[in-house]
Design a protein around this ligand. Structure first.
Ligand code: UDP
Length: 404
């Protein structure tokens, strides 16, 4: 696992010096992250790198995961969809199921942190302030247009937190507590994103019987309707009428997403007669995902709703041309026709993919710009700095934290 000094060639000595200074200022404080899954999805992806790096900077950081059964995660997935503005029937019984599991977690999860950092709605009910601790609610969802019923329910908990953090300016809500805008990030030195030798990339393609004889279009995502994998297949089929190409849909399940299996079946059904569609299940295989992203000619993220879309940063970091929906945090990452192409429909996606496949120099330029944009804005070093400043600010009434 990469040490903090290894980031110096990428981001410069001064950035790392600042992080070390911030780490010193946080000595003695325990930061406790709480979420609902140790693996799968963007939150776990970020925490798996954020926690060890904070520790390396001298910040005593813990990560606890709440427990829940199928019913509970069925309800929280409904909340997730409803908060993204999708129509969902949320019943009184759903609220009861949520509260019942939350009570069990309140009884079993010791909230000992000086700062308790709660991610997303699943563990939100844990809030129980002690005399001297601070609570942050970190919302990773695009809540710019939420179902009122779901949002009002969450508000009863949110108001008891000290602060809330959102990923993009559009997601902020009218709240009686302080709120911060902090975008997610990727770790450039993790297995998911580090440089790979060409032999490794070729070996992964060989393992999955994917030949390099025609351009590769790829979407990496959990099998979730909000990621629109069926729409990706439709866009690919439209491209294929003009350009012989192949499609990789790689995804796995997250413990807190019970819909994955059903969506996977729909995708398999849609793809069953086309040998050029490769559906791969690789939940915990960062190197292989890295290799597939690097082997691709175009990366797609055709989400219907998206919190941030780490997969877009991952692709751009690899200087890949990306076609992605203009939703959630994606337009923070893709400036249309500069660091990728934004789309609004299946037809738009297929048009953009065709354009990139037939203009390699243009595609390369977008990819290079995308890498630079991610380097300047979405690497974990920026994220660490903002989180540590946030932690310090919780103990300061004023907005300025004096470091020297
Ligand atoms: N991911 C993965 N395996 C999969 C599907 C996704 O490791 O089968 C990773 C992906 O590379 C990214 C994260 O999970 O790092 C997904 O984060 P994103 O923000 O794109 O979406 P989320 O799943 O949080 O909605």
């Amino acid at each position: 696992m990469a040490k903090i000094e290894e980031y110096i060639p990428l981001v410069g000595q001064a950035v790392i010096d600042d992080l070390m200074l911030l780490g010193e200022r946080l000595k003695g404080k325990v930061i406790q992250h709480i979420n609902s899954t140790p693996v799968g999805g963007g939150v776990a992806e970020i925490l798996s790198r954020m926690v060890p790096l904070l520790r390396e900077l001298g910040v005593d950081t813990k990560w606890d995961v709440i427990k829940g059964g199928e019913q509970f995660f069925g309800v929280t997935k409904k909340f997730h969809n409803a908060l993204h503005g999708r129509p969902e029937e949320i019943t009184q019984r759903d609220f009861e199921i949520f509260m019942q599991t939350s009570q069990e977690n309140i009884a079993n999860v010791n909230t000992y942190g000086d700062i308790v950092f709660v991610h997303d709605p699943q563990p939100i009910a844990l809030i129980k302030k002690k005399a001297d601790n601070k609570w942050i609610w970190r919302c990773h969802i695009d809540v710019s247009n939420p179902s009122k019923k779901a949002w009002d329910f969450l508000m009863d908990f949110i108001v008891h937190y000290d602060s809330a953090v959102f990923s993009a300016p559009d997601f902020s809500r009218k709240l009686p507590i302080r709120q911060f805008l902090i975008s997610p990030s990727i770790d450039p030195l993790s297995d998911k994103n580090k440089e790979l030798p060409q032999e490794k990339i070729d070996a992964v393609l060989k393992k999955y019987d994917i030949k390099k004889d025609k351009p590769i279009i790829t979407q990496i995502s959990r099998f979730d309707r909000l990621k629109d994998p069926v729409g990706v297949i439709e866009a690919y089929l439209q491209v294929k009428k003009y350009i012989n190409c192949q499609l990789i849909l790689a995804g796995g399940a997250a413990d807190d997403d019970p819909e994955g299996f059903k969506v996977l079946k729909e995708v398999q059904e849609k793809a069953k007669n086309d040998p050029d569609i490769h559906i791969l299940l690789l939940p915990q295989n960062d190197i292989e995902i890295n290799a597939l992203q690097r082997a691709s000619d175009v990366i797609v993220q055709k989400s219907i709703k998206e919190g941030f879309g780490l997969t877009v940063s991952e692709a751009l970091w690899k200087a890949k041309p990306v076609v992605a929906s203009n939703v959630g945090g994606i337009p923070l990452q893709i400036k249309h026709k500069y660091s990728g192409l934004l789309c609004h429909s299946i037809e738009g996606a297929s048009f953009a993919i065709k354009q990139l496949l037939s203009s390699p120099a243009y595609a390369r330029k977008l990819g290079e710009n995308g890498r630079e944009h991610v380097k300047n804005n979405f690497l974990i070093t920026r994220h660490l700095r903002e989180y540590m400043l946030l932690f310090l600010s919780l103990h300061h009434a004023e907005d300025v934290v004096h470091l020297y």
